[in-house]
Ligand binder design. Structure first.
Ligand code: HEM
Length: 505
């Protein structure tokens, strides 16, 4: 009798904690299971984004799913995303707090800007980041970006013994992006791909990005699981390792400022600016954001950009882009400097945007929540509902892009893209009020790096390259894609070999 009573009480308790009326009106709801909602169906699929896209074909472009007890609005088409993320951008301005990430992983309470709910502090941190990353700031970083691109290319040249040995590009891309962040934001840098700090930061940041998974953390949606022992000790260990290198970087700037020996850098500038007066937690949040925001996303795009150039159609793209860049500049030397100081070659700019669209390295965006109710025709969504942008699905919407499953590197140059929507005409950087503030810097780094690579080298794969947007990602449950690494031969262009070796110094 007692057992029966306990079992009934437990079920009632679990039911109470796992069901919840959404209050959403006018959206189709995907059939799910008691307690877990649609969670297991989505976890069983290889890709969360694909499964939602296939449901959208059956139920309609915008859906309501239940993840445990949590109702979530998911938008899967270009227009659907624009309706919510752009037309209702003042409502969808906040981010939800997730149990695993906000309460377990970020024990120090220093959330990155991209994971912070909207409040006065978030607004001020976002403003500081936007100032450090706007077009003027990016222009001032050009000498540093140029140095770091050359440094990465020089290391590839040396380590490959001038193209004799094939090499895996991933760590070189990570080092390049980390060094740009360290130089521009912290006034320091690391020297080689074998640096221990590089390995530590890459290892920790990749792991922390995986904890931001939309599907992996069952306890985010099934609160009763929070009472069970979980992987939280691993998460805490990563968080402590991050605190250690962040405290070292911030501590160094503080002591340099005190001694008057600080190098010009954006974190130092914010520390000295009385307009911001951030406390230690806010300073940590801004610093983590500036260090980590591009560290997974930019290398994932660069690795896939190189993979495309090594693919069957890639040889032709390399030749076309090389000729187009050279047609814009009278000499190789001017082209070498031009591809970093300006973005005037339409084919190269378009190639970068097509990589962002095609590989959609943040396939499910960063979650949002609305600070006021949303009314869209017959659809009514109460305040504090969660929203997921299926950006990969929006980027492959046939109503917005012709033959979306084809990689067409001139698509953006030929304006075969929607004439409305986010500024870059794809959802790679999100959309609306909380869209990516680092996109000017990211565009410049990818344009400059790929520009110089194409000017000086011919690339050929030594092992299989995967440029299939469905399979290239080895960790589809992570927030950011992790492309397969592959072996690539970087051979100096014969006609320019001597000059490139001088320019890269
Ligand atoms: C290819 C590189 C990058 C990609 C694909 C990317 C993608 C994204 C996406 C999808 C979002 C969420 C937007 C939304 O909710 O609508 C975002 C937010 C953000 N990104 Fe990026 N990003 C990149 C590089 C960078 C860089 C280099 C920085 C800065 C150093 C940066 C800083 C931020 C910040 C601060 C946010 C949060 C904005 C907010 O919540 O208000 N990103 N990014």
């Amino acid at each position: 009798m007692l057992t029966l009573l306990s079992a009934t009480l437990l079920c009632a308790f679990a039911f109470y904690f796992t069901t919840r009326q959404s209050g959403v009106k006018g959206l189709p709801e995907v059939q799910g299971w008691p307690f877990v909602g649609n969670l297991l169906q989505l976890r069983r699929a290889r890709s969360f984004s694909n499964k939602l896209q296939s449901w959208s074909r059956k139920y309609g472009p915008n859906l309501l799913v239940k993840l445990g007890r949590r109702p979530v609005v998911v938008c899967n088409t270009f227009d659907g995303i624009c309706d919510f993320w752009i037309k209702n951008q003042t409502s969808l301005i906040s981010r939800p707090e997730l149990h695993t990430f906000h309460k377990v992983v970020c024990s120090s309470e220093a959330f990155t800007i991209g994971t912070s709910p909207w409040d006065q502090s978030c607004k001020a941190r976002r403003k500081a980041a936007a100032t450090a990353l706007n077009t003027n700031a990016v222009r001032s970083y050009v000498p540093a970006i140029s140095r770091e691109i050359n440094d990465a290319l020089r290391e590839i040249l040396t380590d490959s013994r001038r193209g004799v040995n094939a090499m895996a590009p991933k760590m070189y891309m990570k080092k390049f992006v980390l060094n740009v962040s360290l130089t521009c934001s912290f006034g320091t840098r690391i020297s080689t791909v074998r640096d221990e700090l590089l390995k530590e930061i890459v290892d920790v940041e990749e792991a922390l990005t995986r904890y931001r998974s939309h599907t992996n953390n069952l306890q985010d949606y099934l609160p009763f699981l929070r009472w069970l022992p979980s992987a939280s000790s691993d998460a805490k260990a990563y968080s402590e390792r991050r605190d250690a290198y962040m405290n070292r970087l911030i501590g160094q700037i503080k002591s340099d400022i005190k001694e008057g020996t600080d190098a010009p850098c954006s974190v130092g500038q914010v520390m000295k600016d009385p307009a911001f007066s951030f406390n230690d937690v806010e300073m940590m949040s801004l610093s983590i954001t500036l260090l980590s925001a591009g560290l997974d996303t930019i290398p994932a795009n660069l690795v896939q950009a190189i993979a495309v150039l090594c693919s069957k159609q890639g040889r032709m793209i390399q030749q076309d882009l090389h000729s187009e860049i050279m047609a814009h500049y009278p000499t190789l030397e001017q082209a070498w400097h031009g591809v970093v100081s300006e973005e005037i070659v339409p084919g190269l700019a378009s190639f970068v945007q097509e990589v962002l669209r095609f590989f959609s390295v943040v396939p499910m965006g960063f979650p949002r929540t609305n600070v006021e109710p949303v009314q869209l025709g017959d659809i009514r969504i109460p305040q504090n509902t969660w929203f997921y942008m299926n950006s990969r699905s929006g980027n492959f919407d046939p109503a917005a892009y012709s033959q979306p499953e084809e990689f067409q590197y001139r698509r953006f140059a030929e304006n075969k893209v929607p004439q409305t929507g986010p500024p870059m005409r794809h959802f790679g950087y999100g959309a609306g009020t909380r869209a990516c503030v680092g996109f000017h810097l990211a565009n410049r780094l990818m344009y400059g790096f790929m520009g110089r690579l194409i000017l000086g080298w011919e690339m050929q794969a030594q092992s299989e390259v995967d440029i299939d947007p469905e399979t290239y990602n080895t960790c589809p449950s992570s927030l950011v894609a992790e492309p397969k690494d592959f072996l690539c031969s970087f051979r100096l262009r014969q006609e320019a070999a001597d000059e490139v070796q001088t320019l890269v110094q």
